[in-house]
Design a protein around this ligand. Structure first.
Ligand code: MN
Length: 263
C-alpha cells in the first residue's frame, strides 16, 4: 500500500477506505469520496406512470429464432443461448405515437434493424430457476437491437469480439416499459417490423427458441442479475439494411407501436 500515491488513493473510495484501515485511522476521519463530476443516469419511461425505470445493464440474446439462426449461418438446434451486452447509455427512448429521429451511425455501410421483445427486471439473483424467473420481471417493452452488420461480420470473420457492430451510441432503441400487471407475460404474439410501409420481419414470439423465463435462468448462471437489467430477447428472421430517410415501424401484439426515422 505504501507505493500508492495520493492521487490513486483519492481516485477510489474503496482504496481510500482500505488505506484508512491499514493506517489504523478511524474510518470517520476519512473524507467521504465525492464524484468529481456527474454521469447521467439512464432511464426508460414507464407507460402510464410518472416514474421511470433506471437501467443497470442491457443484455441481448443472440439467434433466438430458428429462421434467424439459419440466416446468420448457425444451427438452430437448442444450443445454450448466447448473450452480449450493449452499454447502458446506448438507450434511445422513443415515445408512444412519435417517430424519433435515429442517427445513422459512423463506420457502417450495412446498418440493420432487429425487432425484439425486451424484458425489464425489478429484481434478480444468481442461478434463478426458470419456473421462478418471471417473478423478477417488472415489465416489457418493444425494442430495436440496431446493428452495424458489416462491422459485426468483419470482426466475426477475424475471430475478434464484434462489440463494435452492436455496442454504439443509440444502438438500443426502446419504447416505454409496460408493467407486467397491465400486459401479462409475453410468450406468444405477432412481432413485426416494416420499413417505409413494407413488412420485412414478421414472426411470432412463440417461435423463440428460449423463452424469457429460460433466458433469465441461463443469464443468471453467468451473471448476477439485478433490478434495472433489461434483456433484448432476440430477433426473428429477415433482418436487413436501412438507409437515411427510412421510416421503421415495429409492432408487437399487446404493446403500442414503435417508430424511428433514420437521419
Ligand atoms: Mn438482436
Amino acid at each position: 500500500m505504501t507505493t500508492l500515491d495520493r492521487r490513486t488513493v483519492l481516485a477510489s473510495g474503496a482504496l481510500a477506505l482500505a488505506g484508512a484501515a491499514i493506517d489504523s485511522r478511524p474510518a470517520a476521519a476519512a473524507p467521504a469520496a465525492q464524484p468529481i463530476f456527474t454521469v447521467e443516469t439512464i432511464t426508460i419511461p414507464i407507460a402510464g406512470d410518472s416514474g421511470v425505470f433506471p437501467v443497470r445493464r442491457i443484455y441481448c440474446i443472440g439467434r433466438n429464432y430458428a429462421a434467424h439462426a439459419i440466416e446468420r449461418g448457425s444451427d438452430p438446434t437448442r444450443e445454450p443461448p448466447f448473450f452480449f451486452q450493449k452499454p447502458t447509455d446506448a438507450i434511445q427512448n422513443v415515445a408512444i405515437g412519435q417517430t424519433a429521429e435515429h442517427p445513422y451511425p459512423s463506420l457502417t455501410q450495412n446498418y440493420h434493424h432487429e425487432v425484439e421483445l425486451v424484458a425489464a427486471l425489478k429484481s434478480g439473483g444468481t442461478n434463478i430457476a426458470a419456473d421462478k424467473a418471471l417473478e423478477h420481471v417488472y415489465g416489457y417493452a418493444l425494442g430495436l437491437d440496431m446493428t452495424r452488420r458489416d462491422l459485426q461480420n468483419g470482426m466475426s470473420a477475424q475471430k475478434k469480439p464484434w462489440e463494435i457492430g452492436k455496442s454504439f451510441d443509440h444502438a438500443a432503441v426502446i419504447g416505454p416499459i409496460h408493467p407486467v400487471g397491465k400486459t401479462g407475460h409475453f410468450e406468444k404474439g405477432a412481432i413485426s417490423l416494416a420499413v417505409n410501409g413494407t413488412v420485412r420481419q414478421n414472426s411470432d414470439l412463440s417461435k423463440m427458441i428460449w423463452s424469457v423465463a429460460e433466458q433469465i435462468a441461463k443469464l443468471s448462471e453467468a451473471f448476477e442479475l439485478k433490478a434495472g437489467d433489461i434483456i433484448y430477447s432476440g430477433t426473428p428472421e429477415n433482418v436487413g439494411p436501412v438507409v437515411k430517410g427510412d421510416v421503421l415501424l415495429a409492432k408487437l401484439d399487446g404493446l403500442p407501436d414503435l417508430s424511428i426515422k433514420i437521419v
